[in-house]
Design a protein around this ligand. Structure first.
Ligand code: MN
Length: 713
């Protein structure tokens, strides 16, 4: 196509086209590409020219045609966005920049399951729908000249066409474009199937030619008879649609009868239904084939009546009935609105499909805007980025590498240390752009920083960071809570350990000891308050009274510190005794009793002897075992054994105890009767656990009847 032909073509449907700019664009593109050749050996300029020519078929505005001529100049020549803006204006420069961006979107073969995301990415980049139209025309021309490419790239491009551009063409209602792309891609992707179907279609076409003409003649006569003015055309179905039918219905080629389709175009909607009536009256209907897309248009705006009948020659045929307007929309889709803009607006009516498309694509409140603006807001609130493997990750606009990392996997997010965007090390706060390739760098010992929460925009990332930070904070709070209580305890010469909290948990709103400690650290509850719960006011004053008893005593001169005493909670240097009534051993719940000699006697808390001291609370001391001091120490415990009164019994008992390395410090026979003897034994053990296990072992002996701990004199 020559320069003047192109200009004339545009002017033929758009008298107001910018002729000068068209001419300048033609020459500019030709010059810029002058040194380049296509794979076919043709001058490169033949490609943008063919794309521009294709778009004139869609009667697109001159800005689109100019952008089509220039569409590869930013990517493949020395021309820049600024150059184009200066020479052809911002509108054209933006269109070319958009197409250039789209050319960077490449479907990697393993990513085909993500085709839908790729479609969204393309729509997101096509902020102006004319960008998508230029890209589709570009792709159509590339598909037509695909034969010159290497086989691998042929397959990739065909797959990409089938999975991304075919659905997009359908989505904006460009049936013609969709059919063309689909058949071209089909031929590359399934060459054998294509070949077979083509051969058979060619064979059928030979004898079918006559049949098609015959059917058209008959249908025309039917229309004339009923006073209907109609344009009737017949055609074979396309290879891909036949193949799809064979796949979907799992039938061989021979059983696809309606490979011939006829189209009847009439003046208005009423006439459409009239034609349908005529057809159904005269020819037997094939059940399940009637579809009314006039009353229920397809989402992309397609309207038509479809039916299947046993036609004039006794063959199954498909018939589509529609108006010219419906036909134009079906063929040209979104492009039809430019034509509409030029001529049809005087009727003041809107194509319904246009409104639907608009709703679909823009969520725009005022559909009329679409005629003035070609902007689409589809997925503009999202950003699509690639992983190094080519997986497409969808994020909200404004997302950062932190969001990307957590979108991949929370483990990746937690250990993220840096990022490479398009191969370049970049700050983690970088706002990601459509099509960015993002590689997250991780390190095993890295942990999320609280800072990240401000950088992230996705709920997933924010929640993960918050969760992590909270866990970390909690650990700090628990430590703080513990030291606060320990410090208070120290003021009263007490020792604090976590398990001291167990008895008072029920009186707080906290579930576990850690919760409580964390609550103190976080400041939800004061350490003092909890300390008083543990040591109620009366007990404290009681304690002070107790202490005052000692203050009069000179015994404090000893160098012993509290940690050297076998029990905690007593004054260092005091004489400490273990009560002979209950024989406490480590592990027993104990209490300290101030003795008349101003020493302290340790009793088990269930010692019966304590009953006498009920009325002298000031003598009671809260004490506990000092685990450090008790290492290796042994204390006597008293047990009572009922043994069979046999000669062999006593030696066996002693052997058993020796085997357990238990020292018997005293043994008394209490009673002897009826073949049984009761013994009172004092044995030295390290703690209650050992005592329990010794008693357990004794009970297992065949001479032993019962074994009990004795806690009263
Ligand atoms: Mn191109």
């Amino acid at each position: 196509m020559r320069q003047y032909e192109l200009v004339e073509r545009v002017k033929s449907y758009d008298p107001n086209a910018d002729e000068d700019a068209l001419n300048r664009a033609y020459i500019f593109a030709m010059r810029m590409h002058s040194a380049q050749k296509r794979e076919s050996g043709e001058p490169y300029f033949s490609h943008p020219l063919a794309v521009a020519e294709l778009l004139t078929e869609f009667r697109l505005d001159s800005a689109t045609i100019i952008a089509a001529l220039l569409h590869d100049t930013i990517e493949d020549t020395a021309a820049s966005y600024a150059d184009l803006k200066e020479l052809f204006g911002e509108d054209v420069a933006n269109l070319v920049a958009g197409v250039t961006k789209l050319s960077k979107v490449q479907l990697k073969s393993e990513a085909s399951k993500q085709a839908e995301n790729f479609q969204k990415l393309v729509l997101a980049i096509s902020s102006d729908i004319r960008i998508l139209l230029i890209k589709l025309a570009d792709r159509l021309h590339n598909m037509r000249t695909l034969g010159y490419k290497k086989p691998e790239s042929r397959l990739r491009i065909a797959k990409e066409t089938m999975e991304i551009y075919v659905p997009l063409a359908e989505r904006i209602g460009m049936q013609n474009m969709k059919d063309n792309l689909e058949d071209l891609a089909f031929k590359v992707l399934y060459p054998d199937a294509y070949e077979t179907i083509e051969t058979r279609l060619a064979f059928l076409a030979e004898k079918g030619q006559e049949e098609v003409a015959e059917v058209i003649r008959t249908l025309s006569a039917d229309m004339a008879e009923n006073g209907i003015e109609a344009k009737i055309s017949g055609r074979q179905k396309r290879p891909y649609s036949i193949w799809r039918k064979m796949q979907d219905q799992n039938v061989p080629f021979e059983q696809i009868f309606d490979i011939m389709a006829f189209r009847i175009i009439v003046k208005d909607v009423a006439e459409c239904y009239h034609v349908l009536g005529v057809i159904h009256t005269k020819y037997p209907m094939i059940p399940g084939r009637y579809k009314d897309y006039i009353s229920t248009p397809k989402l992309n705006g397609y309207r038509s009546l479809h039916t299947g009948v046993i036609g004039p020659l006794g063959r199954r045929i498909e018939i589509q009935i529609r108006t010219q307007e419906m036909h134009d929309v079906a063929e040209w889709g979104v492009a039809a609105h430019w034509e509409y803009k030029q001529g049809a607006h005087k009727e003041g009516k809107q194509y319904r499909w246009l409104r639907d498309l608009l709703d679909l694509m823009n969520h725009c409140s005022d559909p009329n805007d679409f005629l003035e603006h070609t902007k689409i807001a589809m997925y503009q609130d999202q950003v699509f980025c690639f992983s190094p493997k080519g997986d497409l990750i969808t994020l909200p606009k404004g997302a950062t590498p932190i969001d990307f990392a957590y979108a991949v996997h929370s483990g990746v997010g937690d250990t993220c240390v840096g990022v490479k965007i398009n191969g370049k090390i970049s700050p983690l706060r970088t706002i990601l752009q459509n099509g960015d390739q993002v590689e997250i760098l991780t390190a095993k010992n890295q942990t999320p920083s609280a800072e990240w929460e401000r950088i992230a925009v996705t709920a997933k990332a924010k929640a993960a960071i918050r969760r992590f930070v909270r866990t970390q904070k909690r650990r700090e709070w628990i430590d703080e809570g513990r030291s606060a209580l320990a410090a208070l305890a120290k003021e009263y010469d007490l020792l604090f350990s976590d398990k001291d909290l167990s008895p008072i948990l029920a009186n707080t709103k906290f579930k576990t000891e850690d919760d409580l400690l964390s609550g103190i650290g976080e400041g939800l509850v004061s350490a003092k308050e909890i300390f008083h719960l543990m040591h109620p006011q009366n007990k404290l004053s009681l304690y002070r009274k107790t202490m005052s008893l000692f203050r009069k005593s000179p015994a404090k001169t000893e160098s012993k510190t509290e940690s050297q005493m076998p029990v905690t909670g007593v004054f260092p240097g005091l004489s400490l005794t273990f009560a002979k009534c209950c024989h406490p051993v480590p592990g027993d719940q104990i209490v300290g009793i101030v003795t008349t000699g101003k020493g302290i006697a340790i009793h088990t808390q269930d010692c019966p002897a304590l009953a006498e001291l009920k009325d002298e609370p000031e003598r009671w001391l809260s004490v506990d075992w000092n685990p450090v001091k008790l290492q290796g120490a042994r204390l006597p415990a008293r047990i009572k054994i009922t043994l069979e009164d046999k000669t062999a019994a006593m030696p066996e008992l002693m052997t058993l105890l020796a085997q357990q390395k238990v020292v018997v410090s005293s043994l008394n026979t209490l009673t002897r009767s009826g073949g049984w003897v009761d013994l009172l034994l004092d044995i030295e053990v390290a703690d209650k656990t050992q005592l329990d296990s010794v008693m357990q072992m004794l009970r297992a002996n065949h001479f032993v009847s019962t074994v009990n701990r004795v806690k009263a004199g």
